[in-house]
Design a protein. Structure first.
Length: 121
């Protein structure tokens, strides 16, 4: 019995250390995630998909604006992306039917696309 008892303590420590090492390797390099991390990633991906989908609508709203020429000139004159985003939001191009407030992420992507298109001309 003493021979079997001598192996219990090292066996338990080996199992504890092995499980800790398995968790460290799994979470750092194995791709394991907790549910809260998975939820955060899902929300980020959903927000990015919505922004990607709504940006062309923002660009289309800009095209049907009667004063788009003057507004685009003002937009090009702005130097910071924050000012450009605010301008697109105030112009109403990032406000969608059924919503009272503009979508900031869409406005940022729309402003970037408009400035890029203006620079290409």
């Amino acid at each position: 019995m003493k021979v079997q008892h001598a192996w219990i303590k090292p066996g338990v420590w080996g199992a504890v250390i092995g499980s800790i090492l398995t968790m460290v390797v799994g979470f750092n390099w194995g791709g394991w995630t907790t549910s809260s991390t998975a939820n955060q990633v899902a929300i980020q991906r959903a927000d990015a998909a919505v922004t990607t989908t709504l940006t062309p609508i923002c660009l289309a709203q800009q095209k049907v604006d009667a004063t788009k020429g003057a507004k685009l000139g003002e937009l090009r004159a702005m130097t910071t992306s924050y000012d450009q985003t605010d301008f697109v939001m105030k112009a109403g191009w990032a406000t969608f039917p059924g919503k009272d407030d503009p979508n900031r992420d869409v406005a940022e992507a729309c402003a970037a696309a408009l400035v890029k298109a203006a620079a290409a001309k």
